[in-house]
Design a protein around this ligand. Sequence first.
Ligand SMILES: [Zn+2]
Length: 153
Amino acid sequence: MSESVREALERAGCRYTPQREAVLAHLRSVTNHPTVDQVYEAVRRELPRISLATVYNTLELLVERGLIKRLSFGRHAARYDARCEPHYHFHDVERDEVYDLAVPFDADLLAKIEPQLAQRLAQQGFRVSGYHLIVEGRVETRRDVADDDAGRG
Ligand SMILES: [Zn+2]
């Protein structure tokens, strides 16, 4: 990523603060799709006085400004992802861990499932803006699901 964290914040119209920089920098440095609590634990090593509420509010601001994505996995805590281009996830439902899947994103997948889907939804007044795919299962070996080739842009 050539753009610095500070430049990204400014481009997105977020006033620079050390807290915002630390939260976004942390998310960009990891691939584990952390929860609010995990981001808080990591960021407070650098900023010991930061509060959980500030981390939460910062994450929500970064989502709102399109700098990160919020991922929901049913009853599990929300996850945050600095990788913003469309990609698929694998959710280990037992350990509640999330991995990127190292397969290309298919923008036409919905049409492959049902060619008329977008058109039918449009007739009902819905406009398709995208889709998410979460493959669920369990990790049964210690090997990572995500392939390093998936990269982080
Ligand atoms: Zn991801």
